[in-house]
Design a binder for this molecule. Structure first.
Ligand code: M1P
Length: 246
């Protein structure tokens, strides 16, 4: 049985919304040539291409974007699940935006990615400094967890999860990263599947896939450092070195 690796991106292969570091690129590009792997991110393709060098993406067997709602193989879109967000959800998010006690708004608060909605109080136009400031505020006040729980409570057909530092990903229920295991098995059946993510605990966007894999034969899951840690990729490197020596 071959090992099929599945990687989250932000917090696992790169710092959140930032390019892969030079050192990690050196290590990972050589690892990627020798192994079979897929990427699965909450982000869309445009953002992934800003963070992961294209030649490394080309070594992968496929890239799942928007939380597993799109699959790209060799630059070709294989599937694309659509999610037209309901108006009452947009109204709810607008209300949260006006009521949040966090003082700063930078713009692009509700990003419609076609197959998911990304919501951020500080806004996706924030600088790195503003991003980290909101991340620390949220760690203290649990604002995103509270909003996500409210969404799940109000709409029993929706899921809301935290993938990165400043935002919440909203999709129809079940349309999350857990979808990718069956998709991967269509291309590589009866192998050993290994998932590495930084948000594998409940409430995180890696959790649905981690939960499914922990219940499935020949699957294993690894947590890459602390959720959204700036250096989670260092933990990923240690995991890969350890697995290679087993
Ligand atoms: O890939 C993880 C997450 O990365 C970004 O999160 P944030 O901007 O909050 O750090 C977003 O692209 C999010 O959708 C994605 O899940």
């Amino acid at each position: 049985m071959k090992n099929i690796y599945i990687f989250d991106m932000d917090g696992t292969l790169t710092p959140s919304r930032r390019p892969m570091t030079e050192n990690f690129e050196l290590f990972f590009s050589s690892w990627a040539k020798r192994n079979l792997f897929f990427l699965v991110s909450g982000s869309n393709l445009e953002k992934i291409m800003e963070q992961v060098p294209k030649y490394i993406m080309d070594y992968s067997k496929g890239v799942f974007t928007c939380g597993g709602n799109q699959l790209w193989i060799s630059d070709k879109l294989i599937y694309d699940h659509k999610f037209p967000p309901p108006q009452d959800l947009i109204d709810f998010l607008e209300e949260k935006l006006s009521l949040s006690k966090y003082p700063k708004r930078t713009g692009n608060h509700i990003e419609d990615r076609g197959s998911m909605l990304n919501f951020s109080i500080v806004g996706r136009n924030c600088s790195l400094e503003e991003r980290l400031d909101y991340f620390h505020y949220d760690q203290k006040h649990n604002e995103r967890t509270n909003i996500a729980q409210e969404i799940i409570y109000k709409w029993d057909n929706l899921d809301a999860v935290i993938g990165g530092q400043i935002s919440i990903d909203i999709t129809p229920k079940g349309m999350n990263k857990s979808q990718v295991l069956n998709e991967i098995k269509k291309y590589f059946p009866n192998e050993k599947y290994i998932f590495i993510g930084d948000r594998t605990v409940e409430g995180g966007n890696d959790y649905p896939l981690a939960e499914l894999m922990l219940k499935t034969e020949n699957c294993s899951v690894y947590q890459a450092g602390e959720p959204s840690a700036e250096d989670g990729y260092k933990a990923t490197k240690q995991i890969l070195l350890k697995l290679e020596n087993e």
